[in-house]
Design a protein around this ligand. Structure first.
Ligand code: NAD
Length: 416
């Protein structure tokens, strides 16, 4: 464990040292503004560093025995080689979570990286090799995702699967893992509700919500989708959000001052156009945005909609792009009912000045993560994962190590 920690920390030091090469590559491949790309380089190093340290604290335990001549103990062992499937929205950070937790637990890993954003991640993996991690411990493959998962998941060498991506694909891979009795962590889609109560600090809510929603052009599994606002403050919050969304600087992520870059691929652009069209056809109103920007690249305007009926696809499918829907609600119960309506349960947010409301909403929402009066998710030391169709297991905090470890029970009679 000590040697693993040393090697992982060396890799974690190399990654930010190479940021001036890796971050521009990430922007070029994925589109996010360069400041966000630099942040992602830093946060992937932070994740690896934290897991390195945490791996030193994987302790077993001694259980008091009922018999004087019997010793009972629990030994924590690595589950074995892991197959990890990481996505294109955070090519570095999502991979760092998986590789960090696997190595810290003593597991080697085959990482299937995102084919559309391959190179920046290859730099991060190179850092492990340059730090002296033995050959064969951290492996990176690219190819046809379905072929790779169909080969690796059933393979007898592989003992653990970790996937981040859409719920549809996650269910297929979880089923395959189940058929072969493999452990799995599934970090899947979300449709995060944000509940804004009548006592909320609206300026703060509008500023933080806008910043968080349009970060990475909304291609974030925890991105706020439905904004459920108490009707007494609905128009005041709506005006603030629209004003802030309109003022965002959208452009080439490599240019200074750009706050939102293009979408990562044309699939997302097509999805945004068809989501908005469907909502408008069903009497939804566009408050701002709603269109593609220019006719080159995958740029889409920061978009806010209201009056979107439940039948609209946007109200049940994950937007995974720069689109949010506002909805007025009469009271606490109606806000919670709407928050819990969908099969997703990844992240939920609430804005209120009342400790009582905060406590009540924390209990009432069906969600793996709850963030009150800010959007504070995703640190290495905090659990990261969902419930319901958003998946199972955790990719952060001490919980992330659990799924890479086996508790071996040993009972030893001293009578020979
Ligand atoms: P997609 O469903 O085709 O792919 C999603 C991810 O799964 C990709 O990384 C892809 O390489 C991988 N994948 C697809 N089929 C696979 C298979 N059979 N075996 C192994 N991996 C496989 O969708 P997409 O167009 O790339 O992304 C759009 C959707 O994916 C979004 O709507 C969003 O819901 C989801 N997504 C979620 C996250 C997340 O952080 N949870 C990240 C990226 C994408």
């Amino acid at each position: 464990a000590v040697e693993r920690c040393r090697l992982m920390r060396s890799a974690a030091m190399l990654i930010p040292e190479r940021s001036e090469t890796t971050a521009p590559l990430l922007t070029r491949e994925q589109g996010k503004p360069i400041a966000q790309a630099r942040q992602e380089v830093e946060s992937s190093a932070d994740l690896i560093d934290w897991f390195a340290e945490e791996g030193r604290r994987v302790y077993g335990r001694i259980i008091p025995s009922r018999a004087g001549d019997v010793r009972l103990s629990v030994v924590r062992e690595p589950v074995g080689p892991a197959a990890a499937f990481s996505p294109w929205n955070f090519p570095l950070a999502q991979a760092a979570r998986k590789v960090g937790a696997a190595l810290a637990s003593g597991c080697s890993v085959i990482l299937k990286g995102p084919e559309e954003t391959p190179q920046a991640l290859a730099h991060v993996v190179q850092a492990f090799h340059d730090a002296g991690v033995p050959a064969g411990v951290v492996n990176l493959v690219y190819g046809r995702p379905a072929e790779i998962s169909a080969f690796l998941i059933p393979h007898p060498t592989i003992r653990k699967i970790s996937f981040t991506g859409s719920t549809v694909v996650g269910k297929q891979l979880a089923a395959l893992a189940g058929a072969h009795m493999k452990r799995a962590t599934m970090e899947l889609g979300g449709h995060s509700p944000t509940l804004v109560f009548e006592d909320a600090n609206l300026d703060r809510a509008a500023t933080l919500l806008t910043g968080f929603k349009f970060r990475n052009a909304g291609q974030v599994c925890t991105s706020p989708a439905r904004i459920l606002v108490h009707e007494k403050v609905y128009s005041a919050l709506r005006d603030r959000l629209v004003e802030r969304a309109r003022s965002l600087n959208v452009g080439n992520g490599a240019d200074a001052g750009v706050e939102m870059g293009p979408l990562a691929n044309t699939r997302r652009l097509d999805a945004m156009e068809s989501f908005v069209q469907d909502a408008v056809d069903l009497s939804g109103s566009v408050l701002t945005g709603g269109r593609r920007l220019g006719n080159e690249g995958n740029f889409f305007q920061p978009t806010i909609l209201e009056n979107v009926p439940r039948e609209a696809r946007l109200m049940s499918e994950e937007p995974f792009g720069p689109v949010m829907m506002l909805q007025p609600c009469p009271d606490f119960d109606s806000m919670v009912a709407e928050a819990n309506r969908l099969p997703y349960g990844l992240a939920a947010y609430a804005y209120t000045r009342s400790a009582r409301t905060a406590a009540m909403v924390t209990e009432a929402v069906e969600s793996g993560m709850v963030s009150i009066n800010h959007h504070g998710l995703g640190l290495p030391e905090t659990p990261f994962g969902g419930v319901k169709d958003s998946g199972y297991g955790s990719e952060g905090g001490t919980e992330a190590l659990e799924s890479y470890l086996v508790s071996k029970f040993v009972t030893h009679s001293l009578v020979d």
